[in-house]
Ligand binder design. Structure first.
Ligand SMILES: Cc1cc2nc3c(=O)[nH]c(=O)nc-3n(C[C@H](O)[C@H](O)[C@H](O)COP(=O)(O)O)c2cc1C
Ligand SMILES: Nc1ncnc2c1ncn2[C@@H]1O[C@H](COP(=O)(O)OP(=O)(O)O)[C@@H](O)[C@H]1O
Length: 317
């Protein structure tokens, strides 16, 4: 897969292509369907498939301070897109200038003049251009004028897990709300895989080892979607050895037993004794075990962690 930042990196002699456009935060099952359709159409036409995405998140540029919780870093997004068989991952730096292009101008300048699109695949609720004035109908009209095909794909959904017999539509907003509520199982159902939180292992208060449970404390990216305070079973994956998943019991919260102030994400990795400081690691959240508790004694906390670890072992076995 090629990765471009800006359209200046377009190779000379670039022919036509099949494109899908979006922020694709999370690369959830709806995104996967859309990108899959793009790859399929590109194969049929013997053209390269392109995922056109934006960075930073458009809402942060349009309304500074409004950055939504981020489900995937740009690097992780590229990784997930690559797994879907895409040929080019193109990142358009999102600027106020870009946001001011009208829908017509965006199609003309970006899709037609630069990318030479033969077909564009978007979700049926897709909007684009200044003030989001462009929609699938307009894109279809412009496609007729400029000579490309438009596919407005139906949105993907599913029954609410363990809920009422209603459908939810997969969306980044829905996944964010699941994670924010600590429902990592529902998040995983919509993502098609567990939610991943990445970070660098930093020093904590140095207390864990004395408790018998040393924990790797993660420093996470600024906008990362951190699950609600609580205790979780998660897979611990090191960037240095991405194929190896280690079972871990994870605490998210401010260590109320010790009247902590700072909110931390810390993982006790089962059956491992290793120095993780400074390493780039990821947590794949599989299941929520319980809320954070303020214990009146340290032995009570340790007894509870014993139980968390036993449950983690059973869940991730
Ligand atoms: C599986 C697990 C569950 C935890 N649950 C709680 C809890 O309910 N309440 C709490 O105050 N601390 C909880 N902790 C956090 C410990 O207080 C914390 O790991 C310890 O203070 C060590 O902090 P340090 O890594 O900064 O040294 C938990 C830790 C683990 C690993
Ligand atoms: N099984 C394990 N799980 C997590 N961290 C471990 C484990 N074994 C050793 N470590 C190391 O111990 C450190 C945590 O020890 P701890 O006493 O909790 O200190 P800190 O407060 O700095 O996190 C981790 O960052 C890691 O380098």
């Amino acid at each position: 897969m090629q990765r471009w930042r800006g359209l200046e990196e377009l190779p000379s002699g670039w022919g036509r292509c099949v494109v899908t456009i979006g922020v694709f935060d999370g690369v959830h099952r709806g995104h996967q369907a859309l990108i899959g359709r793009t790859v399929e159409l590109a194969k049929q036409r013997n053209l390269p498939s392109v995922v056109l995405t934006f960075d930073p998140h458009p809402s942060e540029v349009l309304r500074p301070g409004s950055h939504p919780a981020q489900l995937t870093t740009l690097r992780r997004k590229a990784e997930l897109v690559e797994e879907l068989g895409v040929d080019v991952f193109a990142v358009l730096p999102f600027t106020l200038e870009l946001s001011r292009l009208t829908a017509d101008e965006f199609v003309h300048e970006v899709l037609v003049d630069r990318l030479h699109v033969a077909a564009v695949v978007v979700g049926e609720n897709f909007t684009f251009g200044h003030k989001a004035a462009g929609n699938v109908r307009l894109l279809t009209e412009l496609g007729r004028r400029f000579g490309f095909a438009t596919y407005g794909a139906e949105l993907q959904g599913d029954a609410v897990p363990n809920g009422e017999p209603v459908e939810i539509t997969f969306s980044s907003t829905y996944v964010r709300s699941c994670i924010d509520a600590g429902d990592v199982t529902a998040a995983a159902a919509a993502l098609g895989r567990p939610h991943r939180l990445e970070g660098i292992v930093v020093r904590g208060d140095g207390r864990g080892r004395d408790l018998g449970y040393p924990t790797a404390n993660l420093s996470t990216p600024r906008f990362a979607a951190v699950p609600a305070d609580g205790v979780y079973a998660a897979w611990f994956v090191r960037a240095a050895d991405p194929g190896k998943k280690l079972a871990s019991a994870v605490s998210v919260g401010s260590n109320p037993t010790f009247s902590g102030r700072e909110r931390t994400v810390e993982a006790f990795v089962l059956d491992v004794e290793e120095d993780f400081y400074g390493q780039h690691v990821a947590l794949d959240f599989v299941s929520r075990l319980r809320d954070q508790i303020r214990f009146t004694s340290v032995p009570d906390l340790v007894a509870q962690i014993d139980d968390d670890v036993a449950r983690t072992r059973a869940i991730l076995r």
